[in-house]
Design a binder for this molecule. Structure first.
Ligand SMILES: NC(=O)c1ccc[n+]([C@@H]2O[C@H](COP(=O)([O-])OP(=O)(O)OC[C@H]3O[C@@H](n4cnc5c(N)ncnc54)[C@H](O)[C@@H]3O)[C@@H](O)[C@H]2O)c1
Length: 496
C-alpha cells in the first residue's frame, strides 16, 4: 500500500521470517504504517496457495478496484508460476517471502486447511491483513489463537465464507425474524448430499511430486506417507491435512444457518451427538463420507446430514432426506445442498444464492434471490475494511468465522472420539424426534450398499462449554484431545 499523507507510523516488534526463521524466532523493530484513513491506497495482495480456490480468488482480487495481486506463493511452484504469470506477479515457493516483503499489504490464504491458522498468525505478526479461506481452524484451538492474534495486532481478518456477503441473507432474516412470516422456528435440517468417489488405495506410498516442496507443503502437519492417488485436493479427506466434508461444505451451510436461523446469537452448540463412517468405499481416505450430527442449542436444534454416496450404488442422484413427522409433510424441493428451517407455519428452504419459503402444502410464499456475485462482494468488502482500517464493516469477521467453523470442528471431534455404533445410545439422550428419524433414514440409506449400521461409529451426546471452548462431563476427556493437534517443529502455533 502506498504511504498516504495522513499515515502515522509507530515502532512495533514486527516478526521477520526467512532471516528470522533460520535463527529461530527473530523480531525486528520496524515501523508499521497505521492508516488513519487510507481509502485511496491500493492494497497489494499475496495469494498463498494457488490451487483451485487460490487461483479463483486471484482473479477476483486482480479485478477488484483498489487491489493488486503482486505475489503468489505455493510449494507446488508450477502452480505459483502459472497463477503469478496472469497478473505479472512474483511467484515464490515459501509463503514467508510474502510475509517478509514490504511490497505486500495483505494475504489471501487458500492453502490446504492445515496451514490456514499458522499462515494467518504469521501474517498478522508481520503486520499484514488477512483474508483466510474456510474452515478457519484445522482444529478449534488454533482458530481461537487467530482470533486473539487479530485483536492483538489490530489487523483486518475476514473468513472466506462469501455467502455472508449475499444481500439476500438480510432479506431472509427480516422475513423470518422481524416479520415472523413463518412463525416460530422448530428445528433446522442442514444437508450436503453431494456425490464424491473414493480416492484410491495404493499399496506403496505416493512418490511425493518432485516439483512440490514437501517440507513446506506439510508445514505444521506430520510428514506422513500418502496412500491415496493424488496429493492435491484429496488432502481434504486425510485428518492430517483436512477436515472432511464437514469442514468443507459443512462450514458454508452451518455458517448460513448461524447467520439466517440464529442471527448469530448462538456461538457454538451446547450439546453434540454424532454418527457416521467412511463406508461403501475401500480407499485410503479417513474422514467420513456419511456423517450426521445433532447440534443442540439454547433455542431450537440443528441437524446436519452429509453423504457423498448416491441413492443406490452406481446411481447418479444424491440421496434425499425427510425428517418431517409424516412423509407428506416434507417440502418437495428441499435442497440437497443447503438447509430447511422448519417453522410453525411452513418451511424456509435455503441454499447458496437462492431461498424460498413454502407453506405446509408446498405452496411457495416468497422467493429470495439477489442478482449479485457474492465472491466479488466479499472481496470488495475485505478491501474496503483494509482501506478504511475498520474491522466493524467486515461481513465475515474472524471470531464469527471461528464459531461457524467450530460447529463443524466439534462435529468432527465427536466423530473421531466416537466408538462402536449404537443407535440406542445415539437417540436415547436426545429428545428430538426429527433426530431419531434422521438416524433411521441414514442407516436405512446404507442398507442399499449392503452396509450394516455396525460399520458406522457413533458418539453419545457430548456437552460443550462455549466459555472455555472445551467439552465437559461424560466422554469429555477423549473428545478434548481432538481440540488441538501436535505441531511439527518449526511450525508450532503458540498460545496467544
Ligand atoms: N470459499 C469457498 O467457496 C471455497 C471453495 C473451494 C475451496 N475453499 C477452500 O480453499 C482452500 C484450498 O482449496 P483448493 O480447492 O484450492 O485446494 P487445492 O488442493 O486445489 O489447493 C491448495 C493449494 O495449497 C498449496 N499449499 C500447500 N501448502 C502451502 C503453503 N505452505 N504455502 C502456499 N500454498 C500451499 C498446495 O500446494 C495447493 O496448490 C481449502 O481450505 C478449501 O476449504 C473455499
Amino acid at each position: 500500500m502506498k504511504p498516504s499523507s495522513n499515515e502515522i507510523t509507530r515502532p512495533i516488534q514486527r516478526r521477520s521470517f526467512l532471516g528470522g526463521i533460520a535463527a529461530g524466532i527473530a523480531t525486528a523493530a520496524t515501523p508499521l504504517r497505521v492508516h488513519a484513513s487510507a481509502s485511496n491506497d491500493e492494497v497489494r495482495i499475496a495469494i498463498l496457495g494457488a490451487g483451485g480456490k487460490g487461483s479463483q480468488l486471484a482473479s477476483y482480487f486482480a479485478k477488484a478496484s483498489g487491489a493488486k495481486v503482486v505475489m503468489v506463493a505455493d510449494p507446488d511452484f508450477q502452480r505459483a508460476e502459472k497463477t503469478a504469470a496472469l497478473y505479472q506477479a512474483k511467484a515464490v515457493k515459501d509463503l514467508r517471502k510474502a510475509l517478509d516483503s514490504p511490497d505486500v499489504d495483505a494475504v489471501v490464504i487458500a492453502t490446504c486447511d492445515h496451514w490456514h491458522c499458522l499462515a494467518a498468525i504469521w501474517a498478522l505478526e508481520a503486520g499484514k491483513d488477512v483474508y483466510v479461506e474456510k474452515p478457519l481452524g484445522h482444529n478449534q484451538w488454533e482458530g481461537r489463537q487467530v482470533v486473539r492474534a487479530a485483536a492483538k495486532h489490530g489487523q483486518i481478518v475476514q473468513l472466506g465464507t462469501q455467502q455472508r456477503s449475499d444481500p439476500m441473507q438480510s432479506q431472509i432474516r427480516e422475513f423470518l425474524h422481524q416479520e415472523k412470516a413463518l412463525g416460530d422456528i422448530q428445528y433446522v435440517q442442514a444437508n450436503r448430499l453431494g456425490l464424491r468417489g473414493p480416492v484410491g488405495k495404493r499399496t506403496s506410498p505416493l512418490p511425493f511430486p518432485k516439483d512440490v516442496d514437501q517440507e513446506l507443503w506439510f508445514g505444521p502437519a506430520a510428514i506422513q506417507p500418502i496412500y491415496r492417488n493424488q496429493l492435491q485436493y484429496d488432502w481434504h479427506w486425510d485428518w492430517n491435512t483436512g477436515t472432511g466434508e464437514m469442514g468443507n461444505w459443512g462450514v458454508h451451510i452451518l455458517d448460513d444457518v448461524r447467520n439466517v436461523a440464529y442471527q448469530d446469537s448462538q456461538d457454538l452448540p451446547d450439546r453434540i451427538t454424532v454418527g457416521g463412517g467412511r463406508v461403501g468405499w475401500n480407499d485410503a481416505g479417513q474422514t467420513p463420507n456419511v456423517h450426521f450430527a445433532l447440534l443442540e442449542t439454547k433455542t431450537f436444534p440443528t441437524m446436519i446430514a452429509l453423504s457423498n454416496l448416491p441413492t443406490r450404488p452406481k446411481e447418479k442422484s444424491a440421496w434425499a432426506i425427510n425428517t418431517a413427522s409424516s412423509p407428506d409433510a416434507w417440502p418437495p424441493n428441499a435442497p440437497g445442498s443447503g438447509y430447511v428451517i422448519a417453522c410453525e407455519g411452513g418451511f424456509f428452504l435455503g441454499q447458496r444464492g437462492n431461498g424460498q419459503a413454502v407453506d405446509h402444502d408446498g405452496k411457495v410464499i416468497r422467493k429470495f434471490h439477489v442478482d449479485a456475485n457474492m465472491i466479488t462482494l466479499h472481496v470488495e468488502n475485505f478491501i474496503a475494511a483494509v482501506q478504511e482500517r475498520d474491522s466493524s464493516i467486515l461481513n465475515a469477521p474472524i471470531e464469527n468465522g471461528h464459531f461457524s467453523t467450530g460447529w463443524c470442528n466439534l462435529a468432527n471431534v465427536a466423530f473421531r472420539a466416537g466408538g462402536a455404533f449404537s443407535q440406542e445410545e445415539l437417540t436415547s439422550q436426545a429428545e428430538v424426534p426429527e433426530w431419531n428419524r434422521l438416524v433411521n433414514g441414514m442407516t436405512s440409506h446404507l442398507t442399499e450398499y449392503g452396509v450394516d449400521a455396525k460399520a458406522l461409529k457413533s458418539c453419545p451426546t457430548l456437552a460443550h462449554d462455549a466459555n472455555t471452548e472445551t467439552f465437559t462431563g461424560a466422554n469429555s476427556n477423549e473428545a478434548n484431545r481432538f481440540l488441538r493437534r501436535e505441531y511439527r517443529h518449526g511450525y508450532e502455533i503458540k498460545s496467544t
